[in-house]
Design a protein around this ligand. Sequence first.
Ligand SMILES: C=C(O[C@@H]1C=C(C(=O)O)C=C[C@H]1O)C(=O)O
Length: 114
Amino acid sequence: MTLAIDKVPHCTSMTEVRAGVNALDDVLVPLLVQRSGYMTQAARVKNDEGLVRDEERIETIVQRVRTLAQAQGGNPDLIERIYRAMMECYIAYEHDELARLRAAGLPPKQEESV
Ligand SMILES: C=C(O[C@@H]1C=C(C(=O)O)C=C[C@H]1O)C(=O)O
């Protein structure tokens, strides 16, 4: 299979570079929106502000995407930085979504009875 890095053509102008970037953004943005939909799902399923940030899951994702980046001929450090920044945005969004769902009537999770 062709590596992602090998799909980038040799460009001779910024017009060509920017056309290539725009074409990738046309693919990326719908996927980022779809990913945000899972944050809404996570907010509702967790229904607990204290569970929104999950450090163990963050580290699992970082290791996973580093491996994926390497396999596609990419720079794992770059992809890790992008993912860490992106997940902070999604965590903030998940907090916002939980607040929105609560305001819309999602009852707070019941405390465990003893
Ligand atoms: C979606 C989750 O909530 C948060 C958002 C994550 C993400 O952007 O992938 C990862 C871990 C959590 O801090 C989750 O716990 O899986």
